[in-house]
Design a protein. Structure first.
Lengths: 681, 246
């Protein structure tokens, strides 16, 4: 989630309790149950505000001419609402379980009269609770406890939260168990893990070095003398610099998974909205962290050298840069910022703000075009020496062979893009999928009338360090006006021979997309729930959906953690799923993309055969013969005879590869021949 | 530590093993006692280890175990948060008022498009701020003394938030038409937006403010959105100047 570009229906709340928001809505409306006036169009709308129910969703504007919306007839379009009992539907995916958010990240009661709730509300302000409708009291300020991104290591899953990190044991994914809740607020809690180190992003001003939950107190009431001074100078006195405040990247030692310890906290000027782990293949002693800060620059009194001036006024501005942290693995406590690359610089003029043209939705949309003075997220692919940055108004490509000094090699813009949010490479590095977080993730942007090229993925070909646009992909089902929905985080699904990504769409659920043909991406599986509430938008849905060692895990903002398994369909065979499951990794940080290598197992060969059959790249008879040979080899546990038989078939497949009609099938045939040549047991 | 760490217990199996010589020498009574103990320990062993709640300390400091009943806590409320929202509603309302003049005051297509966009986003944001205030039981506008606290001269007839156009400036805008209106609108809206940046800066410069997650996201977006629009309006002004000179 990024900061909130144009907040349409933000409910500031993630309903954490299975409490009827219907009731809440009804009470919220009193004493003025006037329906909201129609949006924007009428001149009277500005004056009607006092009577307006600010919680009522706004109708989607009409589609711009020539554009298409989303499919209102899809089974996902009209699911019944509920927090834990919403209607759900799936295709090609089996939902294994939902693990509810831990109590430490909830207000802890479903009863608004519970003294606990009243105590918490008391923290909001002395005069606040009396006027708030009772049910509403349960859902205030839930963004403070929103689940965010995921990282994986061995049998452990790390789920970030604005309030800390939850660590789960996933040794039996269908029976995922909470191990540790790490309380350490500061949002958004973006996480990465490397060996014994856990990294966490902090950007908000309540972040404290000591992980305290108390934040920082408001200034005491001014004395008479101070009041006089204030009147004279017409401003508040500057607050004291808070040496205990923390905004940046925390580093925890997780050697004892039940007792993580903070070993370092690297302060940055803009905090850390997201971060990316960078492992230099040539440097075994250190890892690097690319820090993307998107929020306000702190004062120099609090952190020396921080400046929020425009670059014309201050060449040392903290805007228009990323920060690079070097982490010595033997001494992580010595982690520090080692460079502040000016990745938006105009190489010819030397201007730091070389990419200010922003991305817009053209001249018709309500969106604000964004400046490019920040990256939102960066995905590095060290195996090919490149990183793709999703940087507010632009998508950029960085050469990271020298990880401390990344150099921009390309930048793209898109007329339909509002906010460049995240990126992922295809495994062979010939494509990049960018996402557009139109509406900031807190708004309904998948309604039937929302254009299907806004808030979508944009798929680019990547060739010789140049990006060229091919197509858009948006989760095709229309969603309701109380479901926050837009493209969000996803990862590759390691099906050999195809490019497949599983992706989270907030309350649009998760969608699995095939982009093997960059010009024609299509959906192959999905899962979706109904809205948390039918009458007001309550923040929720999937932040990230990632494949890890055979399962799909999705971080649900309000509800918890979902676990899924792919199931065969006309778009994906059991062999392809089994082949994907042969890929095992020890760690997964999705934004530190690793090259997927498949073992030369016969099930991988079967997956290729299924694909060659689907694309009709080989005659039916050839496919049957190859399948028979593979089956015999499997039955005989790869006897010498069976292996010899497979080997004898390899040269003809190799020949077919040379004669194949397209690159995709040619690659599949070559990979198949390779396995036939040297099959692994 | 406040919670017993079950892992620290020795497993029942190991105890039986180690205790065997003792059992054989001490007879059935001891076996009985051990069996009772073991069945208890065994039951605990079979149950999944319960999750722990841990709060790390500052870098280099030990972490502490919190009770399993720990629930979430919000950062302290700040009156300046509510004042920021109340002030920004008033601030945004003037931008909406300014953009409402566009259809009758200029034919400039580019300005009309920009105006529509500003109007739409500011109206949206007003709705958001009203939701934020309503959900917290705060009034939608601040009482006068609070305004004075924001640095406004007390007892001024109409307290203005930073960057807001004065009555005189608004009057001049209303009277202008065509190119003159375009110029006054752009310079006025740049002044107005810069005021919003000042308000955000003031918010984060106020002790204890901006710690509410929704408000933090909102204020961050106001800042980046208005910076971008200022840049666009500056570009429009620069582009217009040569034409006007002709």
């Amino acid at each position: 989630m990024n900061r909130v570009p144009s907040i349409f229906y933000v409910a500031f709340v993630a309903m954490i309790l299975s409490f009827g928001v219907n009731r809440l809505y009804a009470q919220a409306q009193t004493p003025t149950p006037t329906p909201a006036p129609s949006p924007s169009a009428s001149d009277s709308s500005e004056q009607a505000d006092e009577d307006e129910n600010p919680f009522a969703p706004e109708a989607a504007p009409t589609l711009p001419p020539g554009m298409k919306g989303s499919d209102a007839n899809d089974p996902r379009a009209k699911l019944s609402p509920g927090l834990y009992n919403a209607g759900q539907t799936a295709q090609g995916i089996k939902h294994l379980e939902l693990v509810k958010k831990p109590d430490a990240f909830q207000l802890g009661s479903s009863n608004p009269d519970d003294p606990k709730v009243q105590k918490i509300l008391g923290q909001l302000g002395p005069r606040s609770t009396a006027k708030i409708p009772k049910p509403m009291q349960l859902v205030i300020a839930q963004l403070a406890f929103a689940n965010s991104d995921l990282a994986f290591q061995g049998n452990h899953l790390f789920q970030g939260n604005f309030y800390g990190v939850s660590i789960y044991d996933i040794s039996n994914p269908a029976k995922t168990k909470l191990v540790t809740t790490l309380v350490c607020p500061g949002g958004q809690g973006d996480v990465s893990v490397y060996k014994n180190l856990l990294f966490m992003s902090v950007e908000m001003p309540n972040g404290r070095l000591d992980c305290g939950t108390q934040g920082f107190p408001p200034a005491p009431a001014p004395t008479a003398a101070e009041e006089a001074q204030m009147k004279k100078e017409k401003k508040r006195p500057a607050p004291p610099a808070q040496k205990d405040r923390f905004r940046g990247v925390r580093i925890f030692d997780i050697s004892d998974i039940r007792n993580p310890k903070q070993v370092a906290a690297v302060q940055t000027c803009r905090g850390s909205h997201t971060h990316t782990l960078v492992v230099d293949p040539n440097d075994k002693d250190n890892v690097y962290i690319y820090v993307s800060g998107t929020s306000f620059v702190r004062k120099p009194e609090e952190m020396a050298g921080c400046s929020d001036e425009e670059p014309e006024k201050d060449p040392n501005t903290a805007l228009f840069r990323i920060d690079v942290i070097k982490v010595p693995l033997a001494a992580p406590q010595e982690a520090k910022i080692v460079s502040n690359p000016r990745v938006f610089m105009d190489a010819r003029t030397g201007a730091m703000n070389g990419l200010t043209n922003g991305g817009t939705h053209g001249k018709k949309g309500p969106e604000k075009p964004k400046d490019t003075n920040q990256c939102h997220d960066i995905t590095v692919y060290s195996a090919i020496g490149l990183a793709a940055g999703a940087c507010s108004g632009n998508g950029i490509l960085l050469d990271i062979k020298d990880p401390v000094n990344p150099k921009r090699v390309d930048a793209v813009n898109d007329p339909n893009y509002s906010y460049w949010h995240s990126a992922s490479f295809s495994n062979d590095g010939t494509k990049v999928v960018f996402t557009d977080e139109w509406g900031g993730g807190l708004a309904a942007r998948c309604r039937a009338n929302d254009p299907n090229v806004w808030g979508a993925d944009a798929i680019f070909n990547l060739n010789n360090d140049k990006l060229s646009f091919e197509s858009y992909y948006k989760m095709p089902a229309a969603q309701g006006d109380t479901e926050n929905c837009v493209a969000h985080n996803g990862s590759l699904v390691p099906v050999p021979g195809r490019d497949i990504e599983v992706q989270a769409w907030y309350q649009g659920g998760i969608s699995v997309m095939d982009f093997t043909d960059a010009a024609h991406p299509f959906e192959i599986a999905y899962f979706d729930r109904g809205p948390i509430d039918p009458k007001m938008l309550v923040l929720g849905g999937d932040w990230s959906a990632y494949w890890y060692n055979g399962y799909i895990y999705a971080s649900e903002i309000a509800r918890g953690l979902d676990v899924f398994e792919l199931t065969p369909s006309k778009f994906l065979t059991q062999n392809e799923i089994d082949a994907a499951k042969t890929v095992k990794v020890n760690e997964l940080n999705v934004q530190d993309q690793q090259k997927i290598e498949w073992p030369a197992k016969l099930v991988v060969a079967r997956a290729y055969l299924d694909q060659l059959s689907r694309s009709q790249a080989l005659p039916v008879g050839r496919i049957a013969a190859l399948e028979n040979a593979i089956q015999s080899a499997e039955k005989s546990h790869l006897s010498n005879d069976a292996a010899a038989k497979l080997k004898s078939m390899a040269p003809s497949v190799q020949k077919d590869a040379e004669a194949a009609k397209n690159q995709t099938d040619s690659k599949r045939l070559r990979a198949l021949a390779e396995i036939l040549e040297h099959p692994a047991a | 530590m406040m919670v017993t760490n079950i892992r620290d217990r020795i497993s029942c199996k190991n105890q039986v093993y180690a205790a065997r010589p003792f059992v054989t020498s001490c007879g059935l009574f001891a076996v009985g006692i051990l069996a009772v103990f073991c069945s208890t320990a065994g039951a605990q062993q079979a149950a999944p280890r319960s999750p722990v709640v841990v709060q790390p300390g500052a870098p280099g400091k030990p972490s502490k175990r919190l009770p399993s009943s720990t629930t979430g806590k919000l950062p302290p409320a700040s009156q300046a948060n509510a004042e920021f929202m109340q002030g920004m509603i008033m601030h945004h309302a003037q931008a909406v008022e300014m953009t409402a003049l566009i259809p009758s005051h200029t034919e400039n297509k580019e300005l009309r498009t920009l105006g529509a966009r500003i109007r739409h986003s500011q109206a949206d944001e007003i709705r958001f701020m009203k939701r934020w205030l309503t959900a917290r039981g705060e009034p939608l506008s601040a009482p006068m003394p609070a305004m004075a606290g924001m640095g406004m001269p007390p007892h001024h007839s109409m307290p203005l938030m930073p960057g807001m156009l004065t009555t005189e400036q608004m009057e001049a805008l209303r009277k202008a038409r065509g190119a003159e209106f375009d110029h006054l609108f752009l310079t006025g809206m740049i002044q107005h937006h810069e005021g919003a940046l000042t308000m955000v800066k003031d918010l984060f410069d106020t002790a204890g403010s901006g710690q509410d997650a929704e408000l933090f996201d909102f204020a961050t977006d106001v800042d980046s959105g208005q910076r971008a629009e200022i840049r666009i309006m500056q570009a429009m002004l620069e582009k217009k100047t040569p034409e006007e000179k002709q």
